[in-house]
Design a protein around this ligand. Structure first.
Ligand code: NAG
Ligand code: NAG
Length: 193
């Protein structure tokens, strides 16, 4: 009898879970799951002459790296990760900026945006406002793409593709926000200026 009761309890728990779980998901949809863009695949890593002077992550042979064709929706306070990049000649940013075909000294406030946000050059030369959690904000010009689809090649310093939510800022952006470049990446929010 005891085992029948136990079985009945288990079966009741299972049925309850089967009913309540989808109900809970429908009632409280996870915003991130619904709104964020999903990865559209991956590329196979290939190592090469990766300049690690400023702590760049280098591709490893055979490892798979996620790619994104989209970025999360842009709002008045778009959550992103600020990373550090030198857009100067011989910096770790690789070639000249794709929007202007030129380099930018480290004291100029410029950024690269993940592929989805870069939006096929639509944000080229446009300004964005970046806000740090310390309350400070800075305006910076979009001059390049942080490529979320390609990487692990000479053009990208043998670094993996960017995540979908990156604002890759020059040293001047970090300085204006009062951030420590040694931190490498910090959470920020941004909006179109
Ligand atoms: C991801 O999207 C890009 C751009 O639309 C496309 O070129 C690429 O083939 C896609 N990757 C996969 C694995 O489908
Ligand atoms: C490293 O960063 C400094 C400034 O933060 C920059 O001047 C230098 O060019 C960078 N080096 C590389 C290889 O990117």
């Amino acid at each position: 009898m005891a085992s029948t009761t136990t079985m009945a309890r288990i079966s009741l728990s299972v049925s309850l879970a089967a009913i309540l779980l989808p109900l809970a998901l429908a009632t409280f949809p996870h915003r991130a799951l619904l709104q964020s863009c999903q990865s559209n695949g991956s590329i196979r890593g290939k190592s090469g002459s990766c300049n690690t002077e400023n702590g760049s992550e280098c591709c490893e042979d055979g490892k798979r790296y996620t790619t994104f064709a989209c970025s999360p929706p842009v709002t008045a306070r778009t959550r992103a990760t600020l990373t550090l990049n030198s857009f100067a000649d011989h910096g770790d940013g690789g070639g000249a900026s794709s929007c202007t075909g030129t380099f930018f000294d480290d004291d100029v406030r410029v950024v690269a945006l993940s592929t989805g946000w870069f939006s096929r050059s639509k944000r080229c030369r446009k300004s964005i406002v970046i806000r740090a959690s310390n309350g400070r904000s800075v305006k910076a010009m979009v001059v390049d793409e942080c490529d979320s689809l390609h990487g692990c090649d000479t053009e990208h310093n043998f670094e993996p593709p960017c995540a979908s939510n990156i604002v890759d800022g020059s040293p001047a952006v970090w300085k204006a926000l009062g951030l420590n470049t040694d931190d490498g990446e910090v959470p920020i929010t941004w909006s179109d200026a």
